[in-house]
Design a protein around this ligand. Structure first.
Ligand SMILES: [Zn+2]
Length: 181
């Protein structure tokens, strides 16, 4: 399964590895190897980390805490204290090392460092009063994303993921109804 990085923030992208949370959740991280692939695919994180079962469990706990806090933020309610503790605890760990070279930035560190980086990304976006956090407008998607568009008029987590599907469904509905295209 390919991972989607459409949320505008790595922590929200991690939370988005569970899709359709409402009725039929689909989890893209089914074991430590999936997590290793996700970290390698995510910009700004080390290319190669090793995940054991304990760290994998920590990553999933962090993911669910990030999702809960983002949802709290979207719904305009106080943050869940247990989720705050999880995110703050992960963020207290050392972060990956970065080195600039002609080929760009090289990020290195272990999985705990990667999780710390993710937790700090979550804190940065959740603490920003101007950050426009939204839940995807496609029924059932449940992905939370950061809307950076001008005027914050984005409706879907991603065009490829949801926008085109909604538009195609609307087009088919209009065709069936015999209405204008
Ligand atoms: Zn979506």
């Amino acid at each position: 399964m390919d991972f989607a990085f459409v949320s505008g923030n790595p922590a929200l992208d991690l939370a988005g590895t569970v899709g359709s949370r409402g009725d039929a959740p689909v989890d893209a991280l089914n074991g430590p190897a999936d997590l290793e692939r996700w970290v390698a695919a995510c910009d700004g994180l080390p290319d190669r980390v090793t995940a054991d079962p304990a760290l994998f469990a920590s990553a999933l706990a962090l993911r669910e805490a990030v999702y809960r806090l983002a949802l709290d933020r979207v719904r305009g309610r106080p943050f869940d204290p247990g989720s705050l503790e999880t995110v703050n605890g992960a963020a207290a760990e050392p972060v990956p090392a970065v080195r600039l070279g002609d080929a760009g930035v090289r990020v290195s560190g272990d999985l705990a460092a990667a999780l710390s980086q993710i937790a700090r990304s979550a804190i940065a976006v959740l603490a920003d009063p101007h950050a426009q956090l939204k839940e995807c407008g496609r029924t059932g998607c449940t992905r939370i994303y950061l809307d950076r568009s001008r005027g914050a008029r984005r409706t879907w987590c991603g065009m490829a993921e949801c926008g085109n599907r909604v538009k195609a469904a609307a087009y088919r509905a209009r065709r069936r109804a015999g209405g204008p295209r």
